[in-house]
Every structure is written in C-alpha cells, then in structure tokens.
Design a protein around this ligand. Sequence first.
Ligand code: XMP
Length: 520
Amino acid sequence: MTHSSHDRLLIVDFGSQVTQLIARRLRELNVYCEIHPYQNVTAEFLRDFAPKAVILSGGPASVIDEGSPRPTADIFDLGVPILGICYGQQVMMQMLGGKVERGHGTAEFGRAYVTPARDRIDLLHGWFEADREQVWMSHGDHVSAIAPGFAVYGTSPNAPFAVTADLNRNFFAVQFHPEVHHTPNGARLYENFVRLAGFTGDWTMGAYRDEAIRKIREQVGDAKVICGLSGGVDSSVAAVLIHEAIGDQLTCVFVDHGLLRQGEAEEVVTMFRDHYNMPLIHADEQELFLGALDGQSDPETKRKIIGKLFIDVFQKHAGEVGGAEFLAQGTLYPDVIESVSFSGGPSVTIKSHHNVGGLPEKMGLKLVEPLRELFKDEVRELGRELGLPPSFIGRHPFPGPGLAIRCPGEITREKLEILRKADAVYIDQIRKHGLYDDIWQAFVAILPVRTVGVMGDGRTYDYACALRAVTSVDGMTADYYPFSHEFLGETATRIINEVTGINRVTYDITSKPPGTIEWE
Ligand code: XMP
C-alpha cells in the first residue's frame, strides 16, 4: 500500500461513536490522519505506515474483560508521541503497568470539570485560563493506578487521573473526549499534541490537489477512464480533478432517468461539456426508466428497478467509449473507514441505496477513487480549489433515484411535472430568504392523495404536497428546520398560486430517527 507523502498521524480505532470526530479535528489543523481498526494495526502495518504520532480512540469495551481489544504492544516502541483517549487511556495504563477498575460510584457520563494538578505541560497550553475546563466524560471503568513514568496533570471529582503524561516518552492519556463539542476547548488539546509531535500542517487542499493529480496520472497511464456523473458534488469534483490530470482520456456519462429536478440536466450538461470542455455522453433514457416504473408503487421495487436499469444504461454507454480500463468514482473517506463492530450481526437494511455497486467487477474495470481520503467538507474545499462555482459546490445532496423517492405511490409524468414546479418554487423561496446554506437538504414530496379545496368561487380537487427541510451533519441523523410561520405561510401561498395541480401544502416536522430524510 502506498501512503500519503504527508506527515501521517495514525488513529487506532476501538469502536467509539466519535472516532471520526478526532479525524475532523486533526484535518482542521491541516494534519493528515487515517483511522484504522485496532485489529489491522500490526507491527508490519506500523512499519509501513510510519506514523509521526498515534492516537488511541475511545471504545465501548472494558479493558478488564477477557479478550477486550488491545493494540499491538509494538505501538509503544515506535518512539513517537501517543495520546490515549478514554478507552485508549485505560488500555495504555493497563498495558504499561497501571491498573483499571470497575465503576463503583465513579462512573461518569456527561459534563465534568477538570482542574490542574501541577505544572502546566505543553499538551495543556491555553487550558485552565479560567481555572477549570469543561470536558465530556463517558466512562464506566476508571484508572486506579497510573503506569510507571506517568504523572497527573489534571483531575476531575470522579476522575483523579483525568490528564496524565509520561513526558520522557511523550505519552499522554486523558479520560475525557476532547473531540466532542461538549469539551469546548478540546481542539486546543489536539493542536498542542500535533505541535509537540512536530507536525507542520502540510495537509492543504492545494497540496492535496497536486498530489492527487500526480497519483491519477501514475495510476492511469495512457488508458481511458469513464465516470458516472450525477451532477452531485462528489462525482463532479472527482470528474474535474481527473479531467485536470488526464484531459480527454476521461469520458463522463450522465444518465438522465427522467427523475431529475427542473433544469437539472441542462445545467449539468452545459457546465461540464461547455464550460469544462469534457467529453460527455448525455444518455437521455427517460422513456426507459419511466416505462419500467409505470404502475409500480412499492418503494423497494422502485429503487431496485432504477438501480438495475442505471447499471445497464451506464454499461451500454460506457461501451461506446471503447476500451476504457478504469471507472472513476467519488467514494469518500467515511465510506472507506472500516467500522469496528463488537456486536457482530449485520445491520438492518432500511433502504437499499442506489449506487453502481458491482459494476467494476461486471465490466472488468479498475477503480479510480481520488476522493477516498477526504471528508465531505474537504471535497467541497477541493471543488473550490478546482474552480467549481460556489453555487454548484454548495448544492444540497440529491439522491441517486432522484424524484422517484419523493413521489410515494405510483410515479406518473403528470405528478413528476407538478413536483418539479413545486420544488423549484420552494427552493426559490429558501434562497430568497437566505436560508439555503443553513439547511442541509430541502425538497418537496408530492403525496399520493388528492384533497378538496376552494379557489376563487370554485372547488378544487388536487394533490397535497409536503415540504421537507432538515439540518444534519452527515445525513445519518437529522432535525427538521425551524422555519418561521411567516415563511411557511408565504411558501404555501406561492406554491398553490403558481403550481397547477397542488391545493394543499404541509410541512414535515419529523426528525431522523424515527423518520428518514426522504419519503421512501
Ligand atoms: P434517508 O432518506 O435514508 O437519506 O434518511 C439520507 C441521505 O441519503 C440520500 N439518499 C440517497 N442517496 N442514493 C443516494 O445517492 C440513494 O439511493 C439515496 N437514498 C437516500 C438522501 O437524499 C439523504 O441525503
């Protein structure tokens, strides 16, 4: 495996829910880091990866239990700074000769306050300016004796060893979680740690872009690459980056399944074909998709039809390119991180998400995934670096199956047309009120029900629709957006006045969970 040429920090994951936040905090400091499950971090891996520093994450296990996760002991012989967090702290103490015990009234969950225990060490630079620091604790076990060589530098009422360090070896261990928001000054601790470990903050988007271009050229040589372009941020940024690296060796395929929003197909085609001058196949397959969906109302059946047809169509058009060896995908880092599972069993499928899974094997293609190391906001930054217009980069996510999953029940052309118009009015309202960037995703769903209304002196019998707008970080959980009543009232009036076919507007105030963001 070839690793990034930047200074590398290794995060050993023991399965904490918030491990990804550690990586976020570090990336914000322009430090390159990777998360790897503890089982994969062998002595050989360590030699190959050659980290400049290591962080041991938190996790749900108890170090007291037989068979609980342990990092390889070689990690402590690397001669690089190590920071253990929560479970990482306990595992460090246990392995280095200290002692960990079960709760007995010392479990701590939630807010706690740490006060300094003795002289301020570099790790705590900028801490305790107001005597004490608020931190977030989440532990059942606690360290009852610290390992030889360590001293205590911070305590809390229930964690006498809240911050400990062995300054000779540059080993640090904290009982709390500095990566979460509830530890307001936590970012400072990471900043101090990477500074003392000698990181120079060389992980910038400009540097990443140059390195990614070099790697793409190296990987692809003079072969041809095809890329499924959806108009979403990830595939767009991947396409522009690859085009910059290999020019016309790249051909993009844009599949129009008839389930796009108003003006979307034209926008994508104009942007990539005319503005970026990319070879682009515009596969207008509306008839095919809408024909196959005719009469179908079951959400999973609809998704499966779209997923399968998408692959067929993509394969057909990619074949026109002739002799492509590579398929480009906008895979992101969160899709790549292997999760540490202690519960075993597979998770339940809520919805079968549509992507081009299985396609590379089927077509005998190798993958080019230049965004594999990036988080979503970093992809946006790279997009800006590549000169993509801000309006494009800031677009809300749009699902692969498009409007199909915003049209519960049977999909008809009439309903799709009404939905497109209503959605355009709603988004226009959101933009006019300057709310677009505060909202993670907003759209209209057309409901499979007609209701009675009165317009002028006449009776109407038209569709009802639901407005949806959520805030979210990653789409995994979401809250409904708290629009003002004025905004909602004005938007309902506009939709009913401007969109023939809708006479009732509702606002969906379900969070996720228990709801999902899309309606199907
Ligand atoms: P749900 O509805 O599951 O959606 O709460 C979470 C996020 O994922 C998007 N989504 C999809 N994206 N293919 C995609 O590319 C899909 O099949 C798909 N289904 C949902 C959804 O728009 C939201 O942002």
